[in-house]
Design a binder for this molecule. Structure first.
Ligand code: MLT
Length: 202
């Protein structure tokens, strides 16, 4: 299996969609398990650890500075993550997952949506930004995407998250974009909105 350290928790409720949990910079495969359980109780949880290290902190792709990405690496790593998902689906017998990504994990999920749409059934993107300056023309076929941004996020300017929402909508995703009265960190509202959204789309 493509070499991602990961954690897998099988579903405990047959009707709940599998989730792919993607942590932020400096996190690991355990970080979002609690969030996944809150957002969709009973779902299978597939949670890989990013393979890039930045001063010892795991991430999903290389960056040149905060908010400035090594886009060749974004492309390569997104496809590598897509391969991992395909292999994990076979090994664990799960359907295409809904990604739940935070920060760097949300950015790789957005890249994966644009580069390999079939890898995901949908995505919850928490504090995401545009991952590629010149993305391929993707066809997302009404795939559901929830984008939750922070109004006072020092890392993701409002114009950038609005651009991401527009980019995904132009690729035919069914995008819900909400801007919350918070910063880059997650809030209780993220959990509630994500849980309600998943209840409607799954
Ligand atoms: C990124 O590098 O993906 C973004 O700057 C978010 C972060 O990880 O801080």
């Amino acid at each position: 299996m493509t070499d991602f350290i990961h954690c897998f928790e099988p579903a405990t409720s047959a009707g709940s969609p599998p989730l792919l949990l993607l942590h932020g910079t400096g996190g690991d495969e355990n970080d979002l398990l609690g969030l996944g359980q809150m957002v969709s109780p009973g779902s299978a949880l597939l949670s890989p650890r990013g393979r890039v290290l930045e001063h010892g902190m795991p991430r999903f792709f290389r960056r040149l500075a905060e908010g400035v990405f090594d886009e060749d690496d974004v492309r390569r790593r997104a496809l590598e993550l897509g391969d991992f998902i395909a292999e994990a689906r076979k090994q664990y017998g799960i359907a295409a997952p809904i990604a739940v990504g935070f920060s760097n994990g949300a950015n790789i999920a957005a890249a994966l949506l644009l580069l390999k749409p079939d890898a995901l059934a949908g995505a919850i993107l928490l504090r995401a930004m545009v991952p590629l300056s010149d993305p391929p023309k993707a066809a997302l076929g009404a795939k559901p995407v929830l984008l939750l941004s922070g109004q006072a996020d020092p890392i993701v300017p409002a114009s950038n998250s609005a651009r991401l929402a527009a980019l995904l909508s132009a690729a035919d995703a069914s995008v819900v974009h909400k801007v919350l009265p918070t910063g880059h960190q997650l809030s209780q509202a993220d959990v509630t909105l994500a849980r309600d959204w998943i209840g409607n789309v799954a």
